[in-house]
Design a protein around this ligand. Structure first.
Ligand SMILES: Cc1cc2nc3c(=O)[nH]c(=O)nc-3n(C[C@H](O)[C@H](O)[C@H](O)COP(=O)(O)O)c2cc1C
Length: 198
């Protein structure tokens, strides 16, 4: 991997993030769009979990989730979040921090329609995080959802979160330990990019 230089990210850090996700997909990295998402609600206690990015581009990165979930509750209380993507095969990490905005219903429906049919039915079968007595409950409810004529679009409770980055940090491994670490921070209408010791 060639060294990462500030000029690679200076003009358009969000574009550079998008390019890294695209490169991870193109080189068949495992789960190239999986991001660890950290949130904290009003109680200030952090929690973290994985999400699959459903979009990445000029406006930031986005994912879908159930509006009943812990992360949705946290984000409704405090929209500031942090995410990290890691591609071991490329020796690359990206950290993203910023504010989450809700996608429009139309956008949620469009992204939901691209999920595999099995996972679409599952979203109708239960609320994410609701307590269940047995695995048999899951199987029964999924079968019932599949037997139903499901309306088009996402379940009403499903939401799309779009993280608009305030800062993006790029980290690229170097075999001699001279890892590249570039931090891009929004400033006014542009960005400032600093090299940091790894
Ligand atoms: C690789 C991976 C991708 C995941 N993607 C999503 C996702 O896109 N949306 C989602 O709601 N949950 C996703 N999950 C499940 C979450 O990690 C988590 O278990 C669930 O959303 C409940 O989290 P919460 O109670 O903190 O909201 C994913 C899990 C893994 C391991």
């Amino acid at each position: 991997m060639p060294p990462l230089l500030p000029e690679h990210v200076q003009a358009d850090p969000v574009g550079a993030l998008t390019a890294w996700v695209d490169e991870a997909r193109a080189s068949a990295q495992p789960q190239p769009t999986a991001m660890a998402l950290a949130t904290a609600g009003l109680d200030g206690r952090p929690s973290v979990r994985m999400v699959f990015l459903r979009e990445w581009g000029a406006t930031g990165v986005g994912w879908l989730t159930d509006g009943h979930s812990g992360k949705a509750r946290d984000i409704s209380e405090r929209a500031d979040v942090a995410g990290v993507l890691f591609w071991p095969g490329l020796g690359r990490q990206v950290r993203v921090e910023g504010t989450v905005r809700l996608m429009e219903r139309r956008e949620v429906n469009d992204l939901f329609a691209r999920r595999r049919p099995e996972t679409q039915a599952a979203a109708w079968a239960w609320y994410q995080g609701e307590p269940l007595d047995t695995r048999a409950d899951l199987i029964r409810r999924l079968a019932a959802a599949r037997a139903d004529d499901l309306p088009p679009g996402a379940p009403p409770a499903w939401v799309g979160h779009r993280l608009e980055p305030r800062s993006i940090e790029f980290w690229q491994e170097d075999p001699d330990g001279l890892h590249d670490r570039l931090l891009a921070r929004r400033s006014g209408t542009g960005w400032t990019v600093r090299r940091l010791a790894p």
